[in-house]
Design a protein around this ligand. Structure first.
Ligand SMILES: [Zn+2]
Length: 268
């Protein structure tokens, strides 16, 4: 591992990607997309974390299709998006750091050797290198958008596996909500209109305490928000991503309009 200024090893070398990627960093439309689980990349210093190639690319490592969908949507809507560039198995950016699943050891039949008996120093190294920089850039983008217009609509994008622990899930999409029922109801209704089987706080609940990103940035900052989960087989190829992006474009455009966030960005 390369060494940092205090002679402690740094997790990411200067040649590796930054912990986050920002698309349209200067967009003025008051919507911010975030994708916590966009990547299956591991830092080189962590090798394969003891996982075989299947496990490295499965739904435990990455929300399959969610990054491509977020990217497509941010381009078509012309809005800012922040995407994590390292796997959730390195550190899960959508968890409180004290939650055991922030550094997942076992899930859906897969053991993650690289997270077994992880020391406090290793946890801190990963959170300092990836988790906090990712959340800081989200905070910075929220602050930038607040400075140029109304507080943005905060949209968190995830995908879920069709089968978990041997149980099939029939939902095609899920809208997770807790504090912002109005936006959630608009999104649920419009997605159902579009013909999708949509779970209302299913297959996961937005009221669950372990989610971090929406609670911290949107609920903590009093932003209007929605969190959406797409079943991964709907977005695991370009055609699927295009189709779902087109629908979500309409839905989030409409949601922004209904809550009075359309056309309000100040022009420079
Ligand atoms: Zn996710």
């Amino acid at each position: 591992m390369p060494e940092g200024p205090d002679n402690k090893p740094e997790l990411l070398s200067p040649q590796e990607p930054t912990p986050y990627r920002v698309i349209n960093p200067l967009a003025e439309t008051p919507t911010l997309l975030v994708c916590d689980h966009a990547s299956s990349r591991f830092p080189e210093a962590l090798g394969d974390m003891g996982l075989d190639p299947f496990a490295r690319r499965c739904h435990l490592a990455i929300d399959i299709g969610a990054g491509a969908l977020t990217e497509r949507l941010s381009e078509s809507l012309g809005v800012t998006a922040v995407l994590a560039q390292y796997s959730r198995l390195v550190v899960d950016c959508n968890r409180q750091l004290l939650d055991p699943s922030a550094f997942l050891v076992f899930g859906d039949g897969i053991f993650v050797p690289g997270n077994n008996n992880l020391s406090d120093a290793a946890r801190k190294q990963r959170s300092d290198a990836i988790y906090w920089p990712y959340h800081k850039v989200i905070s910075d983008q929220v602050g930038r958008l607040r400075n140029i217009g109304p507080p943005p609509l905060f949209v968190s994008i995830h995908s879920f596996t069709p089968v978990l622990n041997g149980v099939s899930r029939s939902w095609e999409m899920g809208v997770l909500w807790d504090a912002d029922e109005e936006v959630a109801k608009i999104v649920i209704e419009e997605l159902r209109h579009a013909g999708y089987k949509v779970g209302d706080n299913e297959p996961y609940s937005g009221k669950a305490p372990q989610d971090f990103t929406v609670d911290h940035h949107a609920e903590g900052g009093s932003l209007r928000h929605a969190a959406i989960e797409i079943r991964q087989d709907l977005i695991d190829d370009d055609r699927g991503v295009d189709e779902v992006a087109e629908v979500l474009h309409r839905v989030f455009d409409l949601a922004a309009e209904r809550i009075g966030l359309r056309g309000q960005a100040k022009t420079a």
